[in-house]
Design a protein around this ligand. Structure first.
Ligand code: PLP
Length: 278
């Protein structure tokens, strides 16, 4: 593993964040997680675009050009010596005496590169269980902000109920998971919520959308109700670390025949092909 903070490569456990750091005190920042496969980043451009969009949305000046940050990330990933890695990049409003108002100081940049967190073969082949919970987050979930308390609480609640993920419901409609996008398959059609301020525009979601186009699988962007999820033929989640992951039960009720379905398995296979082809 390798870590970086404001110009210096540091030990992953080194104490380096000053007390008056705004990520630490306010969660005043944005982040990305990028997966490296065989030393190569997956959809890096899309992640960088989203990072800069998130920063702009909270009026945060990153202080580096996109190309500069990209070069730094690639350099650190190379230095880590890891082929399969998760790169975490975080930008905050910097170090200044605690005050809610924006400080006049440069942004802080933290990067870590760690061995990729792989799901177990059992989870991959059997799928996971989810719970449905109220979406208690703010109205700007399209921003990949450091403020993850509702997501953390929802993920912990899922864990305590023996589940892998919480799927969130706002105004009677599914939004997304605590750290994933959510899809249902009904009569061969893949459906997911359209992009809006209420969900994160997942990069893996985009990859799946592209794959459905290539494979001629119908892809419909529409909001759906919890009952539609419970009655779907298949349900799956997507994220950088989960890739395409089958859901086989929700709120204790079996989805379909309780096995990862054919469309989910096909999309997972195509996703693996996409990785190999890059
Ligand atoms: N939705 C939320 C709330 C997330 O935190 C994440 C990723 O961590 C996702 C969706 C999936 O996004 P991506 O596929 O870009 O990893």
């Amino acid at each position: 593993s390798l870590a970086y903070f404001n110009g210096n490569i540091i030990g992953i456990d080194d104490p380096v964040i000053p007390i008056d750091e705004r990520g630490h005190q306010f969660g005043d920042g944005v982040y990305e997680v990028i997966r490296f496969y065989q030393g190569k980043p997956f959809m890096l451009k899309e992640h960088l675009d989203r990072l800069f969009m998130s920063a702009k949305a909270i009026k945060l000046e990153i202080g580096k050009e996109q190309e500069e940050l990209e070069a730094l990330m690639l350099e650190l990933a190379g230095k880590s010596g890891l082929a399969d890695a998760d790169l975490y990049v975080q930008v905050t409003r910097g170090v200044a005496p605690r005050n809610h108002l924006f400080p006049k100081c440069p942004a802080s940049l933290s990067i870590t590169v760690k061995p990729a967190r792989e799901l177990s073969h059992q989870v991959r082949s059997e799928g996971v269980h989810i719970v449905l919970l109220p979406d208690e987050r703010w109205q700007n979930c399209y921003i990949k902000s450091l403020n993850l308390l509702p997501n953390v609480l929802a993920k912990q609640e899922a864990f305590e109920q023996g589940c892998f993920e919480s799927v969130l419901v706002r105004d009677g409609m599914i939004t997304e998971g605590s750290s994933t996008n959510v899809f249902i398959v009904k009569e061969g059609k893949v459906q997911t919520r359209p992009l809006s301020r209420y969900i994160l525009a997942g990069i893996t979601r985009l990859a799946v959308k592209e794959i459905t186009g290539e494979q001629g699988i119908p892809f419909i962007e529409r909001a759906f109700r919890p009952e539609e999820l419970l009655e779907a033929d298949e349900v799956f989640l997507t994220s950088t670390t989960s890739e395409v992951l089958a859901v086989t039960a929700a709120d204790g009720r079996q989805i379909g025949d309780g096995q990862p379905g054919p469309v989910t398995r096909r999309l997972y296979e195509c996703f693996q092909q996409k990785i190999k082809a890059m």
